[in-house]
Design a protein around this ligand. Structure first.
Ligand SMILES: Nc1nc2c(c(=O)[nH]1)N[C@H]1C(S)=C(S)[C@@H](COP(=O)(O)O)O[C@H]1N2
Ligand SMILES: [Mo]
Length: 331
């Protein structure tokens, strides 16, 4: 991951359309898969019910509408929807911050299967409807801090990862959880290149107690709406006290293991990106300081630097997970 000087093509706050303009565009319909379906079946609204994704979409929008809003604990200003959905890291769509929104316009979520396997009594292969069915959705406003030293505050919508894992009934040998992103060059253009930026699939992992922690969320929405492709549709992880790269997007496999899994960034540069990746202003990245962060929205002229907090401000809730662990060597 490199720090990049913004290009002239990066959206400036003045150029960014309001959320209502953004949502009214054809692109958004196409992103959700709705436009393609309507055209294919020749007519608009009525035929949407015939789409393979209709049951899941109906269920998701009902659940989004009845989500419970957890009171804000950050005390920070929300990052505008436009910044959170147009300045992204998602290497499957390309490495520039604007690549994910630009290259995900035709992304189709269906068909999608999430497999939960490994050290558990009840292996599960779930389509999106079955995955979502037993879970009520919560909206949680979390700070989100990328290892590249920029950050946001976003209202994610989802449910605790612990509730999903419990459905599969982990055994006592489940010590870690490993996550995998979809590999499909038809849907993720950067996966078409033989010598690509990173080895696919993108992989991440957590210790079982981190995975079961109540702050750890499976995300299916943001800003009260369906999760957009550039943010990791249909299902992504959110671990707010860790650097952003832990929060793996577009998950298809969750595996419970007895050994610590390899993770993508650790494998690429283990001296720069560790397994724990807890936000820590006292442990600098070898190439830059982690003492401060640029809070979005910002610009070259107004970088909006703020101090970085231990565990991204969630120290009270999570520090006990790491008692006795040297956080300098276990970065
Ligand atoms: N599959 C996958 N997941 C990923 C990434 C990625 O490139 N591929 N990037 C990570 C990084 S570095 C960050 S900062 C966050 C960005 O999430 P956002 O675009 O929703 O802000 O996604 C993380 N999850
Ligand atoms: Mo990141």
């Amino acid at each position: 991951m490199l720090i990049r000087i913004p290009r002239s093509s990066d959206p400036k706050p003045s150029e960014i359309t309001s959320e209502s303009q953004y949502l009214s565009r054809r692109d958004w319909l196409r992103n959700t898969g709705m436009l393609g379906v309507g055209l294919a079946l020749g007519s608009a609204s009525g035929s949407l019910l015939a789409a393979p994704s209709a049951d899941w979409r109906t269920q998701l929008s009902d659940k989004l509408a009845s989500r419970s809003k957890i009171p804000d604990t950050t005390g920070d200003t929300l990052t505008p929807f436009e910044d959170a959905t147009r300045y992204n890291n998602f290497y499957e769509f390309g490495t520039d911050k604007s690549d994910p929104v630009e290259n995900s316009r035709n992304f189709r979520v269906d068909p999608w299967t999430v497999s939960i396997e490994g050290a558990l009594n009840r292996p599960l292969k779930l389509n999106l409807e079955d995955l979502l069915k037993p879970h009520a959705l919560e909206e949680r406003i979390y700070r989100f801090r990328c290892v590249e030293a920029w950050s946001m505050v976003v209202p994610w919508v989802g449910f605790p990862l612990a509730d999903l894992l419990k459905r599969a009934d982990p055994t006592s040998s489940a010590k870690f959880v490993r996550f995998e992103t979809l590999v499909d060059p038809e849907r993720f253009p950067a996966q078409k290149f033989a010598r690509s930026t990173i080895p696919w699939p993108y992989e991440e992992g957590l210790r079982i107690d981190e995975a079961m922690h109540p702050l750890t969320l499976m995300v299916v929405g943001l800003y009260g709406k369906e999760l957009l492709p550039q943010n990791g549709a249909p299902l992504r992880l959110m671990v707010p006290w860790k650097y952003g790269f832990k929060s793996i997007k577009s998950i298809v496999r969750i595996e419970l293991t007895d050994t610590q899994p390899d993770t993508t960034w650790q494998r690429l540069a283990s001296s720069e990106y560790g397994f724990y990746a807890n936000v820590n202003p006292d442990v600098d990245h070898p190439r830059w300081s982690q003492k401060r962060e640029r809070r979005l929205p910002n610009s070259l002229w107004d970088p909006n630097w703020i101090p970085t907090r231990r565990f991204n401000g969630y120290e009270d809730q999570v520090a006990s997970l790491y008692s006795g662990l040297n956080l300098k060597t276990n970065y």
